[in-house]
Design a protein around this ligand. Structure first.
Ligand SMILES: C[S@@+](CC[C@H](N)C(=O)[O-])C[C@H]1O[C@@H](n2cnc3c(N)ncnc32)[C@H](O)[C@@H]1O
Length: 279
């Protein structure tokens, strides 16, 4: 009998809190220095035509590294993340910086209710693709609704081609004597990068966890964005140059239509509580 592969629906839930925690910060922060965060925030401002006084939703803001830099550039930023550890850290850094225009919330973006509030929604550094496909598509529709007409979504993620064809299939991060090892496998049928992560820290017994993230070709994700009601989708690499096969990262910029005629409402997700959740 022919074996069927299940496509990307009704996935097993996985523990996001285990992946986005203090260990993540321990290994990733050294890779995300202040200069890089500032440069990325400048690129976001350029791609989303942002400047002083513009309202920005940093959706999946993590520990606030981009939100703080956007605030430094004069934007009014609301950061939402479901990791309480990250949001606590973001609030701490915001207070220490003395910057105004920053507000952080612990929350699940799948319940985002904002409507015509923001000049830009920023979904940065592989924050997209952790749910099943219908839930992730619904999230794009929520982002559209949160934007003012003419507002822009800036979505940054890994380059499918680089990850799928990486011959090593392994990533190692080292901080002093601590190690984070990722063994990766790309499933060409479902479009998921599966990661088995082992963390050995402070001489303790290694901790292991599994997670997955959906990766996209440009035409596929641009199609999802158009289905959600966005228009004028453009693809860049992590520096803002045009996206190429060997680009380090993928940055898509998409616009909420300005004209009411082009602005669809039929793609909007159902009310909270009805059929979104996979965990
Ligand atoms: C790889 S981190 C990137 C964080 C941040 N954007 C940055 O540039 O450092 C991905 C973040 O997305 C958040 N996230 C993913 N799905 C989410 C959801 N449904 N609601 C809220 N946060 C979510 C995670 O908690 C995590 O902090």
């Amino acid at each position: 009998m022919r074996r069927e592969r299940t496509l990307n629906h009704d996935l097993d839930p996985w523990d996001q809190a285990a992946a986005f925690d203090a260990d993540y910060l321990h290994f990733y922060e050294p890779l995300l220095p202040a200069e890089l965060n500032a440069r990325e925030a400048e690129l976001i401002c350029e791609l989303a035509a942002l400047g002083p006084g513009r309202r920005v939703l940093d959706a999946g803001c993590g520990h606030g590294r981009i939100a703080l830099e956007l605030a430094r550039l004069g934007c009014d930023v609301v950061g939402i993340d479901r990791s309480a550890v990250f949001v606590e850290r973001a609030r701490h850094d915001a207070a220490a910086s003395g910057l105004g225009g920053l507000h952080f919330e612990v929350g699940d973006l799948r319940a985002l209710e904002a409507e015509r509030e923001f000049d830009a929604v920023v979904h940065w550094f592989t924050s997209f693709g952790y749910q099943d496909d219908p839930s992730d598509r619904a999230l794009l529709a929520r982002f559209l609704r949160a934007l003012l007409p003419g507002g822009r979504l800036v979505l940054e993620t890994a380059n499918l081609f680089q990850e799928a064809l990486d011959p090593s299939g392994t990533g190692v991060k080292r901080v002093d004597r601590d190690l984070m090892v990722d063994e990766k496998h790309f499933d060409a049928v479902t479009g998921h990068l599966h990661v088995h992560r082992t963390i050995a820290r402070d001489g303790r017994a290694p901790r292991e966890l599994d997670f997955r993230v959906r990766l996209f070709s440009v035409p596929e994700l641009a199609g999802w964005l158009r289905d959600a009601g966005f228009e004028d989708v453009a693809a860049h690499d992590g520096t803002g140059a045009p996206f190429e096969l060997d680009s380090d990262r993928l940055v898509l910029v998409a616009h909420r239509p300005r004209s009411a005629a082009a602005d669809r409402t039929d793609a909007f997700p159902p009310a909270p509580g009805s059929a979104l959740s996979d965990d």
